[in-house]
Design a protein around this ligand. Structure first.
Ligand SMILES: [Zn+2]
Length: 73
């Protein structure tokens, strides 16, 4: 069984730009549109290192953030 990442998204911020995060599957995504870094969760441990994070394409980022906004409203 894997941990619920949602509480972590409320606590953590993007280490690169200090913006809030959104959960996408088993990863976190930065909410800032000029950043868009994805942080993987490995063995239930969020890897919050900007060196390890990979940017998401703008279209994919927009879809994920939009889905999160509508899920939480
Ligand atoms: Zn960021």
């Amino acid at each position: 069984m894997s941990i619920d990442l949602q509480p972590y998204a409320q606590l953590l911020v993007c280490p690169a730009c200090r913006s809030k995060l959104v959960v996408d599957g088993r990863s976190f995504l930065c909410r800032k549109d000029s950043c868009r870094l994805r942080y993987e969760v490995k063995d239930d441990i969020p890897v919050m290192l900007s060196d390890e994070a990979k940017p998401v394409a703008p279209d994919e980022w927009a879809a994920i953030v939009q889905r999160d906004l509508s899920a939480n409203s």
